[in-house]
Design a protein around this ligand. Structure first.
Ligand code: PGA
Length: 255
């Protein structure tokens, strides 16, 4: 069976409610063989879920608390997100790791609580520029995979998507070339096969993220080990997010 393809929008801390509604109005998705996910700011989860056509998109959160419930001022729980009708959560985005100081063990708690609440997890990994320059990329990614996914049962891997996002490519306009991204995805899949088994490795969706645009999306997605995209800036406007989905769709259809 071919791997599930997932094209996901990460709106980060952008948009007001009018802009969320405006996006929905203009997001006229016809067809996509890839699943389409959208992750708005948490205050916009419910309005998006209420107004969007959920037969065409899945809505999810950008972050959740590591704990079940209680005295965690300002945080939101996996159960709350699930309760609204959200279906997934992004965990370990590089901004959470590097701006908010979230480490692998904390992220592992979040992954576990998300799975417990039946949310799909987009688990992000990625190296910084100096780590790539020092040839430490694979070591960093291995540690992020082992740390964040420690103790996850084999059967739970159907609810895990990996997003490889080199930190130096996020929001910078510098995309990893399709060949560079493919090589790293292949390394990650091989490591997953060694650690969790060939079956899990063959079936897990690995997205690429970092300055994906309508112009480079199809080439990235045509690589054997790239099964999806996680998109920040270019997902904010309906037109540009649609172009990405449509470009990928027509290029895959012609292959
Ligand atoms: P970008 O962000 O597409 O704006 O580089 C990607 C991400 O942070 O997920």
């Amino acid at each position: 069976m071919p791997r599930k393809q997932v094209i996901a929008a990460n709106w980060k801390m952008n948009k007001n409610i009018e802009q969320v509604y405006d996006f929905i109005e203009h997001f006229s998705l016809q067809t996509s063989s890839a699943d389409v996910y959208i992750s708005p700011a948490s205050v916009h989860l419910y309005p998006l879920i209420e107004k969007a056509d959920l037969s065409k998109i899945k809505v999810g959160a950008q972050n959740i608390c590591f704990a079940e419930s209680g005295a965690f001022t300002g945080d939101i729980s996996a159960a709350m997100v699930k309760d609204l009708g959200a279906e997934f959560v992004i965990i370990g985005h590089s901004e959470r790791r590097h701006v908010f100081g979230e480490e692998n063990d904390r992220l592992n708690q979040k992954v576990k609580i998300a799975l417990k609440n039946d949310l799909t997890v987009i688990y992000c990994i990625g190296e910084k520029l100096e780590q790539r320059e020092n040839q430490e990329t694979l070591e960093v990614l291995k540690a992020q995979l082992l740390g964040g996914l420690a103790g996850i049962k084999s059967s739970e891997f159907t609810k895990i998507i990996i997003a490889y996002e080199p930190v130096w490519a996020i929001g910078t306009g510098k995309t990893a070339s399709a060949a560079e991204a493919e090589a790293t995805h292949k390394d990650c899949r091989e490591f997953i096969a060694k650690t969790w088994g060939v079956n899990i490795a063959e079936n897990i969706t690995i997205q690429y993220g970092g300055s994906v645009k309508p112009g480079n999306a199809a080439e990235l997605m045509s690589q054997e080990n790239i099964d999806g995209l996680l998109i920040g800036g270019a997902s904010l406007e309906a037109e540009s997010f649609l172009s990405i989905i449509n470009n990928v769709q027509s290029s895959l259809a012609s292959n």
